[in-house]
Design a protein around this ligand. Structure first.
Ligand code: 5GP
Ligand code: ZN
Length: 111
């Protein structure tokens, strides 16, 4: 199910353009418009879930797959090292309410 008012649902369908990094039947990955590292990719399920807890409850396999997609991106971009972030809730900095994994890689990251 998608949400007609959701920015990332529109990116997944191509209604809003994005720089694709990877896609498969369930998952889409694209470059963050405001990168916080040399490589900053957002990995999203094609299905709309508001946040990581909702996704984990509904479809844990999809969440596991997103971790694997992140690993594959980091293997390609930076010998396998990466940081995976799910901001969850407004006060944690979540601004788009379609679950997305931030994958930061491509360079040594600050602690
Ligand atoms: P959040 O703050 O919800 O964890 O992350 C949302 C992310 O989406 C931010 O890092 C922001 O830069 C990115 N973003 C917001 N709008 C767009 C857009 O239209 N295109 C792309 N590629 N990224 C976006
Ligand atoms: Zn959505």
């Amino acid at each position: 199910m998608s949400d007609k008012d959701c920015l990332f649902c529109k990116i997944i369908t191509g209604e809003i353009p994005s720089e694709k990094v990877y896609e498969d039947d369930t998952t889409y990955a694209f470059k963050d418009i405001n990168p916080k590292a040399k490589v900053h990719v957002l990995v999203v399920p094609r299905e709309h879930y508001a946040n990581v807890a909702e996704l984990a409850a509904a479809d844990p396999q999809q969440l596991a797959h997103m971790a694997q997609v992140a690993q594959n991106i980091a293997d390609k971009e930076f010998h396998g090292a990466f940081r995976l972030i799910f901001n969850t809730g407004i006060d944690a900095g979540q601004t788009v309410f379609h679950v997305h994994a931030h994958v930061l890689t491509g360079e040594k990251l600050d602690e």
